[in-house]
Design a protein around this ligand. Sequence first.
Ligand code: ADP
Ligand code: ADP
Length: 216
Amino acid sequence: MRIIIFGPPGAGKGTQARLLEERRGLTQISTGDIIRTAMKRETPIGKEAKAYVEQGELVPDTVVRKLAEQAIADEAYDDFVLDGYPRTIQQAEWLTEFLTEHDTPLHAVVSLQVPDEVIVDRLSKRRIHKETGDTYHLDLDPPPDDVDPSLIVQRPDDQPATIRNRLSVYREQTAPLEAYYQERDVYYAVDGVGDIEAIYTRITTTLDDIPTAAGA
Ligand code: ADP
Ligand code: ADP
């Protein structure tokens, strides 16, 4: 099955994509994770991306396109969940073209609906494991006791001023993709408020109801 998990920063895309990977065998393709790894390794792409990411701006389309297409090709164009890609209309158009060329169209774009106040809480309390990239929330999904606390850090782009910028970038550049996918009949809105398991069940119920994806 080929899906996108869509929503504003902090909507829970990564959390749900990881569950879909563990339980449904879909590979999570997170352009954010790929970019952060490149930054950590100080590759040419990582160096180019750094200033954009730190200010909460989008990395240029041409750069992210290459990363996303390579990751999809690595999965033989199937059984993936795209997390954080596409984020602009240009990226969405390239993705449609790319998947059409390989005769592997999307089955669903699952859009997590989460109000702004919940998002700000989730992002400001998000913590990540420096080495594994595992994501936690200070109150609602805290790191287990056996994890070394010195490895649990806040992402620099989860500071309040950067969060505000990321939300406005989302509204201006990414939210228009909802209409783009609605027009293509692959758009499914899912309530993203509630506990992680309840949301996961909503997502899988939605996916199981898609006739074209039966058995995929
Ligand atoms: P979040 O999970 O909070 O939505 P991500 O980890 O997906 O954030 O992305 C972190 C940052 O990486 C973004 O703010 C942006 O700078 C960059 N990035 C990730 N995906 C894309 C993309 N598809 N297009 C442009 N920039 C991207
Ligand atoms: P995204 O990838 O969309 O930016 P994440 O999956 O990283 O979002 O989640 C953002 C923050 O919210 C993390 O701290 C995560 O632990 C927390 N979180 C995710 N889903 C839920 C939920 N259903 N309820 C409460 N907190 C959540």
